[in-house]
Ligand binder design. Structure first.
Ligand code: CAA
Length: 258
């Protein structure tokens, strides 16, 4: 598939990158763009040469939200009869880790798509917010749930009810992002984290990501049982045998991802 609204490349060994590329609309997330993002990321997910993915925009805008011009003409029934925004912006089906590299505006759906990723690296210029309230709507791609889990109820209320924006430093302080880096370094930081993930046993990475995600879905008792299941699965892998042998023999593990 050739893409119109995104750029796809491999900036380093084992790393697949998808860059939103609608600069004139500050990467507003319209349906064709989201279809392309999902297509490209699923392709990387099933590519054995890729260990982790990066989702980014431009230095000026990660994404300024769902496309207001596309939504303007839509009725309630139009929205009901198409793929929901939550599903369209959801990367749950991806088994490999996704790192959002965020610079500039990450607003509305832009903030939500970053929150749907597994980690976020922000440039110092990043601005996070959910300004839907100004449009007479509410976040519709996971913001009320994921942002609230990330920053807590009080701040989430302020962000979504009053359009309070968070700077990159605030986002770091409140636990929304993993790292903040200067504008000319944030992408390298994201790539370096993706490479660190890619160098590990992909069996263990997959099991760990899957279990961490369940922390948002289950009670503690259910989550602990789920973790134990994945832990036992890891014990059946060749990588478990190799990882422990390599430690004892004081050498670097050679993962086979089996
Ligand atoms: N949808 C469609 N177009 C958008 C857009 C969006 N979300 N955000 C920006 N654009 C377009 C503008 O219309 C403008 O296009 P034209 O030149 O054709 O007029 C272009 O991008 C540049 O934007 P501005 O001139 O507004 O740039 P600015 O630097 O003055 O302001 C901004 C930047 C503060 C991000 C401002 O564009 C803005 O407020 N954008 C809307 C942010 C927003 O409300 N996002 C939430 C959308 S709803 C949503 O996301 C629902 C959900 O939960 C999924």
């Amino acid at each position: 598939m050739s893409y119109e609204h995104i750029l796809v490349d491999r900036p380093a060994d084992g790393v697949g990158r998808v860059r939103l590329n609608r600069p004139k609309a500050l990467n507003a997330l319209n349906s064709p763009l989201m279809d392309e993002v999902n297509d490209a990321m699923l392709a990387f997910n099933s590519d054995a040469g890729i260990g982790a993915m990066i989702l980014s925009g431009s230095d000026k805008a990660f994404a300024a939200g769902a496309d207001i011009k596309e939504m303007d003409g839509k009725t309630q029934i139009d929205m009901l009869m198409t793929v929901s925004l939550v599903d369209r912006f959801d990367f749950k089906k991806l088994t490999k880790p996704v790192i959002a590299a965020v610079s500039g505006y990450a607003l509305g759906g832009g903030c939500e798509i970053a929150l749907a990723c597994d980690m976020i690296v922000a440039s110092e210029t990043a601005v996070f917010g959910q300004p839907e309230i100004n449009l007479g709507i509410i976040p519709g791609a996971g913001g009320t749930q994921r942002l609230t889990r990330a920053v807590g109820k009080a701040l989430a209320m302020e962000i979504m009810l009053t359009d309070r924006k968070l700077s990159a430093e605030e986002a770091l302080r409140y636990g929304l992002v993993n790292r903040v880096a200067p504008l000319d370094e944030y992408m390298d930081v994201a790539i370096s984290i993706a490479q660190k993930v890619g160098r590990r046993s992909q069996v263990a990475i997959r099991l760990a990501k899957d279990a961490i995600d369940k922390a948002y879905e289950m009670t503690l008792a259910e989550g602990l049982a789920y973790e134990r299941r994945n832990f036992l699965v890891a014990f059946g892998s060749e990588d478990k045998a190799e990882g422990m042998r390599a430690f004892i023999e004081k050498r670097r593990a050679e993962w086979t991802n089996r």
